[in-house]
Design a binder for this molecule. Structure first.
Ligand code: G6P
Length: 607
């Protein structure tokens, strides 16, 4: 969702801001803008649509001189996408320019108050109140003004603020929305995430809520809300710029699909030592695990689908009841959760507003929080008792692939680790699972080799109006993800159904030529799924079977995607791969904007 970049240094700011915003495009946006300090004045340019429109308007930034500025990509929440609603927003006098990511929950009250005092609003956004509040509270000291403004606003914010009274510094502050500070050599940056500034610096400050940053070309100072200077530790980014660039691929999504073997290896290998799973960052003792009454898993989107897989696996292996809930539902359902429960929050970005709120709700009830997160230092990671990082590297395509796969691997590690501590695995079973978890990267690699066949299937079916995914148990959990992937990037209507539930509804939608993708990897339920395939075939469906047990499926399905076999609990990691590839190639055949599907955002920092 909205992206922020800020720069101060010796170089012309506008091209640097545009370049940084381009790196944040993956977050999803519908308009963009920049503001630059130039000769005592703030100049700005904003445009609805792609960043290229803004860039063309100001000739790649050449038209805007000045060496200090802020930039923004907006994903509309309050007010339609338009030039006027795009950020930066300026105060009436033009003294302040503000970019904002987040939501100001009390903006209506504040707007009314400011209008009563004669301030005129030009946009429909919540952000504009911040620009006017700065004007209202400013008495010559920018830090004092920041403190007053953040005392008045409720909600979430990452803010970059230029003031024309300050020719050689600008300020930033955040609460519950992501923002980092990049420390360069006589140039400093703010950004919504590291990818935007990695080509300039690897030295980063991760900001706590309400830390106020003053950036000058030669250094950065950070203050608390009592205006006392705060000392912070510099963090070094270890991953490489290539990881955030396409490296020859047409789309980030395909690059990230192909990166899955490496990503899973990075997640798993350091956590298996001498044949044993070692979860250093988890402080749960065997006693704690024995005392867990129930596990709640909260997440959104694909991370929620990982939670559905986790429910089947953890319940089967650990015999602990697991409830997987959409974070947006959990947070408002007055959950029956308490200190005997473990809450697992799953999130790639670590910033998803609903997941963070669900986690806080559980925390308020005294539960212990374990999170599975990709982005280090993110809000969800910070708010958790224990964090297992997925170490997937930056994921840029909006539709997740490698983050999903690494989250699955962490689930296997946790389930096997807990089942072992609970004494529910023989040493042989434990060894087989650990060995298979270690083999997963190679096995995923071998499934990826089937790309051409999946591409061929996609070329046959990309004109479908509706596609159904069916499966039972873990196959159903993966069907949910396959269906979501297809919808997200190809805009084809799709449904995932538990195969046994078909005859209670969806089967009425099956007609001649409807494509049904049937997942059947579980041996126990294989025959049952084959029966369901026969039911849809009898109603005219064309069936694509995804299976390890080929023969019976071959007799009934029109097309077969065969998978190698691994411990059944781990099959989701293999089953999902052809589904990711199928979605990708279908979307590619349709000419869709694969990395940035319409209306979707990578990091959803609002409710
Ligand atoms: C958005 C993304 C999804 C992601 C979901 C949860 O909807 O488009 O790919 O699964 O948010 O995000 P998180 O960062 O919490 O995993």
């Amino acid at each position: 969702m909205c992206g922020i970049v800020g720069y101060i240094g010796k170089n012309q700011a506008a091209p640097i801001l545009l370049d940084g915003l381009a790196k944040l495009e993956y977050r999803g946006y519908d308009s963009a803008g920049i503001a630059v300090y130039n000769n005592g004045k703030i100049e700005f340019a904003k445009s609805k649509g792609r960043l290229q429109v803004l860039s063309d308007k100001i000739h790649g930034g050449d038209d805007v001189t000045g060496t200090m500025g802020i930039g923004h990509t907006r994903w509309a929440t309050h007010g339609e996408p338009s030039d006027t609603n795009a950020h930066p927003h300026l105060s009436s006098s033009g003294r302040f320019a503000v970019v904002h990511n987040g939501i100001i929950e009390n903006y209506i009250t504040l707007k009314k108050k400011l209008q009563d005092k004669g301030f005129e609003f030009v946009s429909q956004t919540d952000t504009e109140v911040i620009a006017h509040l700065f004007e209202y509270y400013y008495q010559g000291d920018i830090i004092d003004a920041v403190i007053k403004v953040i005392n008045r606003v409720e909600g979430s914010y990452a803010l970059g603020v230029l003031c024309s009274d300050y020719p050689d510094s600008f300020v930033a502050v955040r609460k519950a929305s992501p923002m980092i500070v990049g420390l360069g050599d006589n140039e400093q940056f703010i950004a919504s995430d590291v990818a935007a500034i990695l080509k300039h610096t690897r030295d980063i400050y991760y900001l706590e809520d309400n830390e106020i940053v003053v950036l000058k070309a030669d250094g950065v100072k950070i203050y608390n809300t009592d205006k006392e200077e705060v000392e912070k530790e510099v963090s070094k980014v270890t991953w490489d710029i290539d990881a955030a660039e396409k490296g020859g691929y047409e789309h980030f999504m395909m690059k990230e699909i192909e990166e899955q073997p490496t990503a899973i290896r990075n997640t798993v290998s350091p956590r298996i030592q001498n044949g044993k799973i070692v979860l250093d960052s988890v402080s749960l003792t065997t006693e704690d695990i024995k005392n867990i009454r129930k596990i709640y898993i909260v997440a959104c989107g694909s991370a929620y689908h990982v939670g559905v897989v986790a429910k089947y696996i953890i319940e089967k292996m650990c015999r602990i009841p697991v409830e997987t809930q959409l974070a947006s539902e959990f947070r408002y359902c007055d959950p029956i959760v308490g200190s005997e429960d473990l809450v697992i929050a799953i999130s790639q970005s670590g910033e998803t507003a609903d997941t963070l709120a669900a986690l806080k709700e559980a925390k308020n009830h005294g539960s212990r929080i374990l999170s599975i997160v990709n982005v280090e230092g993110s809000a969800i990671a910070k708010a958790s008792d224990d964090v297992i990082y997925t170490w997937a590297g930056p994921e840029i395509a909006v539709a997740t692939t490698k983050a999903y796969s690494t989250q699955l691997s962490v689930v296997y590690l946790i389930a096997t680790y807990m089942a072992d501590k609970l004494g529910l695995l023989t040493s042989g079973e434990y060894k087989k699972l650990v060995d298979d978890i270690q083999r997963l990267p190679d096995m995923v690699e071998s499934v990826l080799k089937d790309k051409d066949y999946i591409q061929y299937l996609a070329s046959k079916f990309y004109n479908c109006h509706s596609i159904f995914f069916i499966g039972r148990n873990l196959d159903y959990a993966v069907a949910l993800e396959g269906s979501l992937k297809l919808k997200e990037i190809s805009y084809i209507h799709s449904e995932a159904y538990a195969a046994g539930e078909l005859k209670h509804g969806t089967i009425s939608l099956i007609e001649d030529g409807t494509l049904v993708i049937a997942l059947a990897t579980g041996s126990e339920l294989f025959d049952k799924t084959v029966s369901n395939v026969k039911e849809v075939k009898a109603r005219g469906a064309v069936v694509m079977g995804v299976t390890t047990e080929k023969e019976d499926m071959r007799d009934v399905a029109d097309h077969i995607i065969s998978l190698p076999a691994v411990s059944e609990q781990l099959m989701p990691s293999l089953t999902v791969i052809p589904l990711q590839l199928f979605s990708y190639y279908v979307a590619s055949n349709k000419g869709c904007d694969i990395d940035k599907p319409k209306n979707l955002a990578k990091s959803v920092t609002v409710e």
